[in-house]
Write a protein that binds this ligand. Structure first.
Ligand SMILES: NC(=O)c1ccc[n+]([C@@H]2O[C@H](COP(=O)([O-])OP(=O)(O)OC[C@H]3O[C@@H](n4cnc5c(N)ncnc54)[C@H](OP(=O)(O)O)[C@@H]3O)[C@@H](O)[C@H]2O)c1
Length: 325
């Protein structure tokens, strides 16, 4: 018998249940991982609330974790029992003492990266990899705007942008978070709870605005973000922390400067085992070199995942949060 978190209905953190379950044997192309650490991500709250639909209910939650392989399917050749592995691209079910998933969703973990670091960095770090290295394609010297810079994704983005020679202006919700983002490498910060973001971006960029704006807040920041993009620049809308962006009139892109918009997701970039591995290799390289450090701001027992969800949704967390089985 093992334990996992599941939901039987959508709702607030109170719908998370800590239940008994029997670990299934992996199918021919699957692996069963004994989770040692699990990553908490904002997307988990979307699946819990019903903003995103799990394939069925009851459903486990979570797509990110790290641990040891404890059983392999008959057709799996790349992994053996005892291998140290990590994963970030689903399927749902990471919130458990074990997770059974297709072998091609796993990557081998370098010895120098521990399970907590991996669980804290896989999903968020792969996201920053595609945001800054595949969507951004920076040369160095650019000034970009990145919302929620002291959060899980944001903390990694501050450091990775600095390593690329990119000046990251980070928005944050408090003076403490501003200090934290600057310590991690943000070139400047804007406290969007008290400052006019578009005005400050104009000042900081000498009126030029930003060639790329990264917005994971969604509904509350969409309009402001458009005002911060330079003519013919790109708005990357990659999250819904305040609610989804809906009902966009495309004409606004013309009015604001012939802008581009993309709404990407990690699954669309790490969509083959080869691409997942290449992105993970690059992430592990910046972690091992020390250019990017994993900031674990909070740890919760997995059984108390509801408390972790409350903290994340009420903006009390900084950096990454891990759940420990
Ligand atoms: N598309 C993708 O591939 C992808 C992948 C990973 C993550 N994401 C998105 O990236 C964002 C960050 O994810 P994360 O897991 O690292 O979370 P996080 O940044 O650690 O937490 C979210 C942060 O957003 C800010 N925020 C602003 N308005 C908020 C609101 N109304 N409610 C809650 N938070 C609000 C808060 O920071 P302040 O207090 O500083 O405002 C909060 O700490 C999420 O939107 C997530 O969905 C997208």
């Amino acid at each position: 018998m093992a334990k996992r978190i599941q939901i039987s209905r959508h709702g607030g953190p109170e719908v998370l249940e800590w239940v008994d379950c029997t670990p299934p044997e992996p199918g021919p192309h699957e692996v069963r991982v004994r989770n040692r650490a699990i990553g908490l991500n904002f997307i988990d709250t979307y699946y819990r609330s019903g903003l995103y639909a799990p394939p069925q209910l009851p459903s486990s939650l979570g797509t990110e974790g790290a641990g040891e392989v404890e059983a392999v399917g008959s057709a799996v050749e790349r992994f053996r029992v005892g291998d140290r592995v990590a994963y970030a691209t689903g399927p749902l079910g990471a919130y458990g003492e074990f997770h059974v998933l297709p072998a091609d969703r796993l990557v081998r973990l370098p010895d120098s990266i521990d399970f907590e670091q991996a669980a804290a960095a896989m999903l968020k770090g792969l996201t920053v990899q595609y945001l800054l290295r595949q969507i951004g394609r920076f040369q160095g010297g650019e000034t970009i705007l990145f919302h929620a810079a002291a959060g899980g994704v944001g903390s990694l983005a501050c450091q990775w942008a600095k390593a690329l020679g990119v000046r990251l202006i980070g928005t944050v919700g408090s003076p403490e978070k501003a200090e934290r983002a600057r310590a991690l490498g943000a070139w400047a910060t804007i406290d969007y709870s008290r400052e006019n973001v578009a005005q400050r971006v104009l000042e900081l960029t000498g009126g030029r605005k930003c060639p790329v704006v990264y917005d994971s807040i969604g509904k509350d920041t969409w309009e402001t973000s458009l005002d911060c993009v330079a003519p013919r620049g790109l708005l990357v809308s990659f999250g819904n922390a305040s609610g989804p962006v809906t009902g966009v009139n495309l004409g606004v892109l013309a009015q604001k400067g012939s802008l581009f918009v993309t709404r990407p997701q990690l699954a669309g970039y790490a969509d083959t085992p080869e691409r997942l591995q290449a992105m993970a290799d690059e992430l592990f390289a910046v972690l091992i070199s020390g250019q990017v450090r994993v900031e674990i701001g909070q740890r919760f027992p997995l059984a108390e995942a509801a408390r972790a969800h409350e903290a994340l949704a009420s903006r009390q967390t900084v950096g990454s949060t891990v759940l420990l089985p």
